[in-house]
Design a protein around this ligand. Structure first.
Ligand code: B12
Ligand code: SF4
Length: 356
């Protein structure tokens, strides 16, 4: 059985690609239990949210409705995994605190065109549920901190506050990912009080033109404010960048370089990724609109999904050779700035050849 983001978008193709018995579509917790009930008789037709083979046909059952509340789920069965896969001491900002990863929400309602998690319903856990999991991890593993790996933790401020107030007295340190336009000074102060030590923002670009094209719907001023407010609250800042979105040119790269240079004294870490038209995103689904070539929805596809890797990415995805050359040169410039300004605190992929 397989499931997850990619199979959700392409169940029939996944069935053909890796030949599992069943592909799960949508939330899997209830589906799995029902599948196991039918493991022996193999009567899957009444299990919602799956795709499976019937003879030589791929059959999809009714869609699975989203759970009304993810609070009712039991805690993850971490005890079934080796402890070294769960508890680490080199993953929480610059600390060596014993930490684990967790999720307090699912989904993201925003429409970013490069993101495979876009426009999904957001569901939060309650503060009580978050606390229960953290207390369990303190007792079992002695954690001193945790990283919230939700796509976009800060969408509903009331829900975030509920979690913050419920966990303050545990004295854990934590980090999370967010947009820059959903935070404010008072929320950041509450987060800092409850132990937040680092926030990772999706800045993506310093160019208003590219931010608009991405439907990121933020401006350089949103970025400046979020960075400044976070630092004033005592929270370190990590920025995520995407370089090479369709339309990127020397000018837009220059704007990113200028904004990064301006904000550098307040930024602790940077991750620089190259744009990839990830399957399931708006860009991927509209190859003509973005002058894409070589994606799996187009002729010439060789069936190698591994080329959709944001670091090991040597593909000329869109536009003319001249545009590609400009993107390559821009990337090299940006990557060199990032490695100069944050010598031990950056992440970026290798630079690439300029020919297709
Ligand atoms: C954590 C994470 C990582 C971690 C993974 C750590 C680990 N050891 O698992 C790291 C940092 C390593 C990582 C790497 C990458 N990631 Co990542 N990652 C995520 C993230 C944030 C959460 C994934 C997760 O665990 N979710 C929690 C689980 C419970 O949810 P779920 O997988 O969706 O499963 C639910 C259902 O799908 C279903 N289900 C799942 N399995 C099954 C099985 C069955 C049988 C059934 C019935 C149901 C079922 O039930 C679950 C609960 O309801 C997602 C974002 C997201 N929204 O999911 C991105 C995401 C999955 N990653 C993404 C990408 C692109 C990558 C990379 C390719 C990036 C790169 N380097 O180029 C690599 C690929 C690594 C690889 N080798 O595969 C994209 C995928 C896009 C796409 N089109 O597939 C996502 C969606 C981010 C995004 N917003 O675009 N990633
Ligand atoms: S990039 Fe962030 S804000 Fe945009 S859709 Fe994805 S998770 Fe949501």
């Amino acid at each position: 059985m397989v499931g997850g983001v990619h199979p959700n978008f392409y169940p029939e193709q996944t069935l053909a690609d890796i030949e599992p018995d069943v592909v799960g579509i949508g939330e899997g917790e209830e589906t799995l239990l029902q599948l196991l009930d039918h493991a022996r008789d193999r009567r899957f037709e009444d299990v919602d949210g799956i795709c499976y083979r019937q003879g030589d046909k791929a059959v999809r059952t009714r869609p699975r409705t989203l759970m009304r509340s993810i609070d009712a789920l039991p805690l993850p069965a971490r005890h079934l995994l080796p402890v070294e896969d769960l508890v680490m001491s080199d993953r929480l900002s610059d600390t060596d605190l014993r930490m684990a990863h967790t999720m307090f929400s699912r989904g993201c309602p925003f429409p970013c065109r490069f993101c495979a998690a876009a426009q999904t319903r957001i569901q939060y856990r309650s503060g009580a549920s978050a606390r229960r999991e953290l207390v369990d991890m303190i007792e079992r593993y002695g954690i001193e901190g945790f990283a919230i790996v939700d796509d976009n933790f800060i969408v509903n401020k009331n829900k975030v506050r509920d979690i913050c107030t419920s966990i303050t007295d545990l004295h854990l340190r934590w980090s999370a990912l967010s947009r820059v336009d959903t935070v404010d000074e008072s929320l950041l102060a509450d987060m800092a009080r409850s132990g937040c030590l680092e926030i990772k923002y999706g800045m993506e670009s310093g160019s208003p033109k590219i931010l608009k094209a991405m439907r990121k719907n933020i401006t350089p001023d949103h970025i400046r404010r979020a960075v400044q407010w976070s630092r004033s609250a005592g929270i370190s800042v990590k920025l995520f960048l995407i370089h090479g979105y369709p339309g990127e040119d020397r000018q837009s790269t220059g704007e990113t370089i200028d904004l990064l240079t301006e904000l550098a004294p307040h930024i602790d870490r940077v991750s620089l990724f190259r744009f990839v038209p990830l399957p399931g995103t708006y860009v991927y689904d509209h190859p003509d609109e973005f002058d894409l070539h070589g994606t799996s929805s187009q002729p010439g596809w060789k069936g190698d999904w591994s080329q959709y890797h944001i670091h090991h990415n040597d593909t000329h995805w869109w536009g003319t050779d001249e545009q590609f050359a400009a993107v390559q040169a821009g990337y090299d410039e940006l990557a060199s700035l990032v490695s100069t300004l944050w010598p031990d605190r950056h992440e970026s992929g290798p630079s690439l050849p300029t020919a297709r």
